[in-house]
Write a protein that binds this ligand. Structure first.
Ligand code: ADP
Ligand code: ADP
Length: 228
């Protein structure tokens, strides 16, 4: 299981006078589910992109299990280097439209692992949809594919950026439960970005509240409710 350590002093985008993130310091314990809440534009996606290595984090400290992460340069994809540990689920499912459901999941696997796909699709309730194209699926089903794809690599650390936005309430509720089951089953360490407090309370062990940019942690709360 993975522990995540984050210590960001000041994160600037190039050509920007103001820091996006400032003095942001936290640890996510192995198997812990942390939700991050903050106003739109405060830097939540930036934070996840830095943790994943998609965004430059030179000068900052981000490590898994106290192992300093690689220095991320322009030619160095931190995501690939960490790919066996890190899953990232975005706001949009980001499926390849010209590939079937099964082929979208094959993308992240080696051929010797393709046999896992049917079981994964069953777990997310898409048993018979492997041969469908994304455009033939509802929004909720597309998201379930993106969840299956993220779990296909057995991530030890999972990042989620408002994955249930713009879904109808029953679909979102089903997917929350699915996510929780998968994470608890596997002891996944999770950082979950949302602007929905009730969603955070439902899912998380701990909630971190961020302020407006330059964004910092204004409050942390332990959620002391049994998991459904
Ligand atoms: P959130 O996810 O909380 O909505 P973001 O991390 O997307 O916030 O953005 C935080 C701030 O950084 C915003 O003001 C946004 O406009 C700015 N920003 C995000 N990405 C870039 C970028 N690549 N270059 C410059 N500014 C950016
Ligand atoms: P989200 O709510 O997921 O952050 P946004 O619409 O804010 O979505 O951002 C979409 C993408 O555009 C992100 O990858 C973000 O980094 C980038 N982005 C956001 N704001 C800016 C900006 N001011 N300049 C350059 N890129 C930006």
């Amino acid at each position: 299981m993975i522990e995540l350590n984050v210590a960001i002093n000041n994160k600037y985008y190039p050509n920007s006078q103001q820091a996006v993130l400032a003095q942001l310091d936290f640890t996510v314990k192995p198997g812990e589910f942390v939700a991050i809440i903050g106003p739109s534009g405060c830097g939540k996606s930036t934070l996840l992109n830095m943790i994943s290595g998609l965004e430059d984090c030179s000068g900052q400290h981000i490590s898994y299990n106290e192992r300093a992460s690689q220095k991320y340069g322009a030619n160095d994809s931190g995501v690939n280097n960490q790919s066996h540990q890190l899953g990232y689920i975005f706001q949009q499912p980001r499926l390849m439209p010209w590939l079937t459901v099964k082929e979208n999941i094959e993308l992240v696997l080696s051929p010797s692992q393709y046999h896992k796909i049917d079981g994964l699709l069953a777990q997310v309730g898409l048993d018979n949809k492997g041969g469908y194209f994304p455009s033939q699926l509802s929004g909720g089903m597309q998201r379930r594919v993106s969840i299956a794809r993220a779990f296909a690599i057995n991530p030890q650390l999972l990042l989620l950026d408002e994955p249930f936005n713009s879904l109808d309430a029953p679909t979102a509720a089903r997917l929350r439960q699915l996510l929780l089951d998968l994470c608890i089953q596997r002891g996944t360490t999770v950082v979950f970005v949302t602007h929905d407090l009730s969603e955070a309370i439902y899912l998380a062990d701990r909630i971190i509240f961020m302020s407006h940019s330059p964004s910092t942690i204004v409050h942390q709360a332990i959620v002391d409710l049994p998991k459904p």
